[in-house]
Design a protein around this ligand. Sequence first.
Ligand code: SF4
Length: 345
Amino acid sequence: MKLLLHACCGPCSLEPTRLLKAAGHDITIYYANSNIHPAEEYEHRLATLRAWAADAGFEVLEGPYDPATWEASAGRIGDAAIAEVEQARAEADAEGEREVEPGSPDDTASNRCKTVTDTEKEAFADASTPTAMTITADGCADEVAPDSRSMSVNDTNSEEASLANAPLSASSTSGAAPRAAVLSVDPARREARCRACYRLRLEETARVAAERGFEGIGTTLSVSPYQYTQVIREEVERAAAQAGVAPVFEDFRPYYDEATRESRELGMYRQNFCGCRISDLEAAAERAERKEQRAAAKAAERAAHADERAAEEAARAAHKAERAAYDKKQARKRAILKSLREQGK
Ligand code: SF4
């Protein structure tokens, strides 16, 4: 099949192109990723993809880079979710309450997140953004919650990256997004954001496929175990049906490890966040969290060893006291014997 394959980056393209080519597809790669922030990151990923594709013999077409459209759909949903968490925290602070655990009965943000918000409906319905989202009868988003913070065949070895380096609001179009809040966003909200993001890119891919005479569309996104695989499938099928081309969806997750190994071997640039500004914040916050956990584990280990050292010290002191008592007893014995010997003279 003459296939237009949406690609998010070079590393994620390695295995899907190999498998789809082996299945007989005639592949052209389509880089349509208005989600990627900042523009330098977008260019870096594209350059990496182009360099590899030139060697591998694949043509790469570039779609429009339109971050404003991403902001109007996925970005808007993401910001609204973060704002909810912040508002819930502010309310709790104002009431002088204890910090509310995400997901607890007191977590008003989570409770609100059970229902698709007006912001999400508007973002999905906005004529300038991907079209209407399927909303369940009770108005709820499905609860699919893979960890969505580091979603590509990426470099997760950058854990030492300091929290201080994480971009806060510099890239946000709607104000600050505190790092602490991004990790407390309800998974359903995160999924809604990512669905809008997939939709934008896949609708664009399907549109171009239909215009240029491709028979079908696919995407490399499903190689990552951190993405919402089922949502990707739905969005590929939806976009393809809309444009009148065939959907070619495959779950490439079993090939993720091989893609990681190969991309490292090829020395490819491997990003450490999915792509959007919010995922950058999430990844930085996760790294910071892991760093704190490691520091706490080290401190606990030191504390445990301190106890061991104190116990050893106490044992040494007890042994010394025992020895001193024994020496004293021996000295007393010697004194008595000496005295007896002197009396016998
Ligand atoms: S985390 Fe990834 S898929 Fe989700 S909105 Fe951001 S860039 Fe898109």
